[in-house]
Design a protein around this ligand. Sequence first.
Ligand code: NAD
Ligand code: SER
Length: 318
Amino acid sequence: MATEKILVIGSSGQIGSELVEELRARFGDDNVIASDIKTPECAVHKGPFEALDVLYTARVLETIKKHDVKQIYLLAALLSATAEQKIKLAWHLNMDGLINLLEICREHKIRLFWPSSIAVFGPNTPRQNTPQYTVMDPTTIYGISKLAGERWCEYYHQKFGVDVRSLRYPGLIGYKSEPGGGTTDYAVHIFHEARKHGSYECFLAADTMLPMMYMPDAIKATIDIMDADASKVKIRSSYNVAAMSFTPQQLADEIKKHIPNFRITYKPDIRQEYAASWPESMDDSYARKDWGWAHRYDLAAMTKDMLQNIHVESPVAH
Ligand code: NAD
Ligand code: SER
């Protein structure tokens, strides 16, 4: 049987650039169409690329028909910190982009992956081992758009049978791509600054515990849920997934095991408020039970791998 054609929308970003690389390694370069409003600068995209604005429905449809697309990963969004600065654009992109795609996937029977976030939770959510089903009162426009998006996904699945699958990603850490305007991005910047300057000024407070995941685990979770038999994907809003939780101080202490002179200082800004409303750790037992989710990297393994792969000349993420 021929491999199904896959379209990744928002492929030039932190997750997309790594997801495309892995999908192409598994399914072949020509079967994975990368697309973004921004043309990629890096060499990652060696296969097909389409310049595409997810809000321009006619162009999305044209691309789907041209390549006979059967699966879509929708990654185009504004992340928490950027979204707070551009709330109307964030709502427009994060919501209308998803609704456009749900409608297209309904009409054309396409399987859809759409990521949610730990930002769907809020100050009244239990912060330790946050359950799959609990109080959800997000305070950021980003979190509000993700919570609304989850409801749209479940609605389109229940009402129209759309095969939509979703994960509530924690903060994602990787060395191959730059992060795109999130609150958890300190945990990427810190590695580049540690290698380059031996020090880092953190925009979150020392004791801000957040759930995090190393990018290879996030990519694995994403492809695993998309490849799982439909009967195993029982939650069609979005699954909690977890790997590790740590504070900036704990991450700095782990980095010091490799770079003993590394220094961290703290200058919390507005992003501290967003982080303070999010979970410290997540209960991801539904994902483990339903479709076999298992992480591989903890804090020590992630830190060792990041430092082995980041060199002084690596592009510094800001
Ligand atoms: P990113 O900002 O790095 O990448 C997003 C990409 O979307 C960019 O390349 C951007 O050019 C593109 N884009 C923006 N507007 C577009 C449009 N109108 N049409 C087409 N493309 C457009 O973000 P990311 O970190 O790769 O996140 C991808 C998804 O995962 C988002 O939905 C985000 O909310 C979610 N997520 C990310 C994290 C994380 O830690 N990175 C955590 C939770 C959820
Ligand atoms: N990592 C994301 C952010 O900080 C959470 O979804 O915005």
